[in-house]
Design a protein around this ligand. Structure first.
Ligand SMILES: *Cc1c(COP(=O)(O)O)cnc(C)c1O
Length: 404
């Protein structure tokens, strides 16, 4: 293997526990406590569901969140392969919308997944699939309410009224959960979050009045929602809302599980910031495949954007932008680029990162040899640092890592 990922299982379980502690909100184990849904969508944010889903299940996750039904089936298989029997597996929420295929709805029913729905078409598809598969029980679904992202979910008001009536007409389905997603949780005192909360409260009142069934779960939020100390009552708010419906509350988290968090924007010294203690889970690695000495004046890589100012020792790495090594990490004489870790020391990238190759300066690192392990992401170099150089967020960096 020329490039690979190592997952620190202890850190993953530790991060889950750190998030869970804030969310649980109470010391005793009671049914009213808030659960933490562990988001493993997009192949566990690039970390690999095969490695991560079993760890999270063993750490006590009652729910996992996946992108689509196929990924849900893959998570079921990964859990079974890890020796976790079906009856002891977490529930799985299929978080992205349905594509409208009968086969997809059948997979949801057959694998015991919980689909996210918000319109009549979704209800029709799932009810038909339940009949065809011959589901023994009513198929549980979670209804998403759009409170201000205009992405997924049904709008509050008349639209919600219609969907709720759709449940009443379909004995094949059970309204198991109601939820929404907030757009600005990493902003301190965000007016948008407060507005979304008010809309969600209104939607909950509609759900209660409609008698479309009593949901067992009410959930919101993401890692920043938990981490944002400027909103210390955020988790208590959803707990209260769920209690009014005799439902359990839940908060969803992805990025924090993998050891990253967004900075909270606009937080002041007065905000009792929670600032969770989480640690990066992924180490992304490769090996040195070549070494060369160059003299002053040598140009490195495409367009000669780096010119050696003195004699240098360069190491060649078999990784490039096709593998997720961002081209913005390129280093020229005018602009320092990114770095990798070789023998525990920084080796800066010189010249342009190309499709499958990157050159780093190992002049100051003694004893480097072909075959030496190189840390692309891990101790000494974080996804946040890559994100800063690439003008993006840590989410995109970890999701972009490809191995093999
Ligand atoms: C991805 C996602 C999350 C997790 O968000 P993080 O910021 O990674 O914690 C939560 N809820 C929904 C609906 C999502 O799509």
């Amino acid at each position: 293997m020329k490039i690979w990922v190592e997952i620190d299982e202890e850190r993953l379980a530790g991060n889950f526990a750190a998030l869970q502690r804030v969310v649980a909100g109470g010391s005793g184990e009671t049914a009213s406590e808030t659960a933490l849904l562990a988001v493993v969508k997009a192949n566990a944010y690039g970390h690999g569901i095969g490695a991560c889903a079993p760890v999270l299940a063993r750490a006590g996750a009652e729910w996992l969140g996946v992108t689509d039904a196929e990924e849900g089936a893959a998570v079921r298989a990964a859990l079974a392969a890890a020796g976790i029997a079906r009856a002891r597996q977490p529930r799985i929420l299929v978080m992205s919308g349905m594509m409208g295929l009968a086969s997809e709805a059948e997979l949801v029913v057959a694998e015991g997944l919980t689909a996210v729905v918000w319109d009549e078409g979704h209800l029709q598809l799932l009810a038909a699939a339940a009949r065809r598969v011959g589901a023994a029980e009513r198929v549980p679904v979670h209804l998403e309410i759009d409170t201000g992202m205009a992405r997924q979910g049904v709008a509050c008001g008349a639209g919600l009224e219609r969907v709720l009536a759709g449940f009443a007409a379909r004995p094949e389905l059970r309204l198991d959960g109601v939820f929404t997603h907030f757009a600005s949780t990493e902003v301190a005192h965000a007016a948008q979050t407060h507005e979304q909360q008010r809309r969600f409260e209104g939607a909950m009142a509609q759900v209660r009045a409609a008698r479309a069934g009593t949901p067992a779960w009410v959930h919101v939020g993401n890692s920043s929602y938990i981490d944002n100390g400027a909103e210390p009552g955020a988790v208590a708010w959803v707990r209260g809302l769920a209690a009014e419906m005799r439902a359990r509350s839940m908060v969803r988290a992805g990025l924090g599980l993998y050891g990253y968090l967004l900075p909270i924007e606009g937080a002041s010294g007065d905000d009792a910031l929670v600032r969770l203690q989480v640690r990066p889970v992924m180490a992304w690695k490769t090996r040195v495949i070549g070494l060369r000495e160059v003299e002053a004046g040598a140009t490195v890589g495409y367009n000669g954007t780096f010119v050696a100012e003195r004699g240098m020792r360069l190491a060649l790495l078999p990784v490039g932008y096709a593998d997720g090594m961002r081209r913005e990490l390129s280093g020229s004489n005018a602009r320092a680029g990114g770095w990798v870790m070789v023998r525990g020391q920084r080796a800066v990238i010189v010249g342009r990162v190309s499709m499958n190759l990157t050159v780093v300066d190992v002049s100051a690192i003694g004893g480097v040899a072909v075959g030496d392990e190189v840390v692309l992401l891990g101790d000494g170099v974080t996804a946040e640092e890559h994100a800063l150089l690439a003008g993006t967020i840590a989410y995109e960096i970890v999701c972009g890592v490809r191995v093999g």
